[in-house]
Design a binder for this molecule. Structure first.
Ligand code: OAD
Length: 265
């Protein structure tokens, strides 16, 4: 282990200070986010043992093509609930700090596994949405995208249907057993192997291919930082810097350290 590496049980601030030095010098930064970045906006993560969505619901009942074929009304009621919760939530200082990085680093690629739309609402210009979006909708037969039809139908307790072929519309998210959107995955992989700094925020790194991106970045020579209150779940050979804490606290601290604002008189 090099001197720069910070193990999980050391004090936070030296890690933040050292990672901030790398961040300030970054030419191309990749930020990968997961559900933890939206936790402080009041949206549940997936794998928290008490409050996580997968502690309360079974993914095979709600987030697979088979579940939709079996009971589309149940699946739509769950996604309708998640759309309402995401709409009611507000971006937090973690989302806003990530958006601000676009004005501080020459090139930033934001890759998110989240489907809640909060990065866009915080000002991030072009997030790569690896797992789709709660607010997009696809024809379950032909895969064509159809926006804006769903809320009215769900409010009227009707299942939304494709205006072209009449098949059911489905949420535009990636379900278990499905491939990720090709273009998004290609962009995410290309950016991860081209960047010089990679920052992973609020993900347990359990779902591939997103979980493999930090290791790809490290193998290609990038400095990797992990922001998470829990141990990163990645081996130390990959997680060079663990920056323990909540995204809404660590991101602002990291930015303040990397780009200190001059004191006003
Ligand atoms: P997880 O629920 O697996 O992990 C959330 C991570 O966020 C954990 O490591 C927490 O410790 C951390 N965390 C909690 N609060 C935090 C905070 N305030 N700030 C920073 N980190 C915090 O969620 P994901 O890794 O996003 O996929 O899950 C990946 C995928 O699994 C999801 O996209 C979803 C799920 O099944 C699909 O639905 C296809």
């Amino acid at each position: 282990m090099s001197d720069d590496r910070v193990s999980d049980d050391q004090d936070t601030s030296p890690g933040v200070a050292r990672f901030a030095t790398r961040l300030r010098a970054a030419r191309h930064l990749v930020v990968l986010t997961g559900a933890g970045v939206s936790a402080e906006s009041g949206l549940p993560t997936f794998r928290d043992p008490l409050t996580g969505l997968w502690a309360r619901y079974r993914p095979e009942d709600l987030a697979t093509p088979e579940a939709f074929a079996r009971d589309p009304a149940l699946v739509w009621s769950w996604y309708g609930m998640r759309r309402d919760a995401a709409r009611a939530a507000l971006p937090n200082p973690g989302h806003r700090g990530i958006a601000r990085l676009e004005s501080l680093v020459p090139r930033v690629t934001l890759i998110t596994q989240n489907v809640d739309g909060l990065h866009r609402r915080a000002g991030s210009s072009e997030p790569v949405e690896l797992h789709g979006s709660l607010f997009s909708t696809r024809c379950s037969r032909e895969g064509t995208m159809h926006e804006g039809l769903v809320d009215r139908e769900l409010e009227a307790a009707r299942l939304p249907r494709c205006p072209d072929c009449g098949a059911l519309l489905r949420p535009g998210v990636v379900w278990f057993g499905e491939a990720l959107p090709e273009d998004a995955l290609r962009r995410a992989q290309a950016a991860s192997t081209a960047c010089d700094v990679f920052l992973s925020v609020g993900t347990s790194h359990q779902v591939y291919p997103a979980a493999g991106l930090p290791a790809s970045a490290a193998a290609a020579g990038a400095t990797v930082g992990i922001v998470d209150p829990a141990p990163s779940g990645l081996g130390m050979s990959e997680a060079v810097y663990h920056l323990p804490g909540k995204a809404g606290e660590v991101l602002p601290a990291l930015l303040a350290e990397a780009w200190p604002r001059p004191m006003s008189s």
